[in-house]
Design a protein around this ligand. Structure first.
Ligand SMILES: *Cc1c(COP(=O)(O)O)cnc(C)c1O
Length: 280
């Protein structure tokens, strides 16, 4: 990462992929050394921890999504958390059309907008270019009730992960992603790797077989630099990120959601064994 930093670099964004926090101490060190903002995309990692510290406290700001597939939902929407007053203020203004009503933030003198020596009561300023990024109160009501269920949702996800870990431990050609000892995983995703040289089946065929059995598998993600937008606009393409490209050929996300029954977990395991000829 450090090699890629240029004078044009403004921020480092780390994604806590699948629900396991990045190595935030290492990222913090690099960000400090180059005076960059440090942003955590914690959308997979609500409730995860790194060295005993919760995701949301590790970067300058952390973003969470409340899309229906995430740990908790508000239908759509999300939140950004920060412990920095400056970032908070900036984001509040950005969220509301760039408007401030705080007199201590006004740039105009009262004389610039009125004949009175004080600001009129109705006065506000558009201080910056902003958008309407407000979440609705209805959505927040759902979010507040969802938040109470988060501990139970996390417990169940971790429990399902433990069942999968145990079931896949002895399989050949199928490996699970490593979890560092100093992290507490939130398991938005449970990703397996298929090494076709060992399992004898390529990822896409395995994926198709699982779907045919009714198993809700997915692939997270197609590397962004292979999408047309980046290819056309930034001239990216195969070879730019060889590790991501090689991983992409191997990965499958298998079902993981808090309402998942043990019987479905067993069915997923059985179908995977069957598809790789390891059902005995
Ligand atoms: C879901 C998700 C997003 C996008 O969230 P939205 O609520 O759709 O804006 C971004 N990053 C990651 C890692 C996600 O999982």
């Amino acid at each position: 990462m450090e090699d890629k930093i240029t004078p044009g670099t403004k921020a480092i964004i780390g994604v806590d992929y699948a629900g396991q926090p990045c190595d935030w101490n290492a990222l913090r060190e690099i960000a400090n050394r180059h005076n960059l903002h440090l942003v955590d995309d914690g959308c997979h990692a609500l409730g995860a921890e790194y060295k005993g510290k919760k995701v949301g406290t590790l970067a300058d700001m952390t973003v969470f999504s409340f899309h229906p597939v995430k740990h908790i939902t508000t239908g759509e929407g999300g939140m950004v958390v920060t412990d920095d007053e400056g970032y908070a203020e900036r984001m509040r203004i950005f969220r509301t059309h760039g408007i401030t009503r705080d007199p201590s933030k006004f740039a105009n003198q009262p004389s610039a907008i009125s004949h009175q020596p004080i600001y009129p009561l109705f006065y506000y300023e558009m201080a910056d270019l902003g958008y309407n990024y407000r979440i609705t109160d209805f959505q927040c009501a759902l979010g507040v009730s969802q938040l109470q269920k988060l501990p139970e949702f996390l417990r169940r996800r971790r429990n399902i992960a433990a069942l999968y870990d145990e079931a896949f431990a002895g399989l050949s050609g199928i490996t699970t992603l490593a979890v560092r000892k100093d992290s507490l995983h939130a398991y938005h995703l449970y990703v397996i790797r298929n090494d076709s040289n060992i399992s004898g089946i390529d990822r896409t065929t395995l994926f198709t077989k699982l779907r045919e059995k009714g198993i809700g598998v997915n692939v997270h993600y197609i590397p962004v630099h292979l999408h047309p937008f980046y290819r056309e606009k930034f001239h990216t393409g195969p070879g730019l990120c060889p590790v991501a490209e090689a991983d992409y050929e191997q990965i499958i996300s298998i079902p993981m959601f808090s309402g998942m029954k043990d019987s479905y977990v067993e069915q997923v395991v059985t179908c995977l064994k069957e598809a790789t000829n390891q059902l005995n």
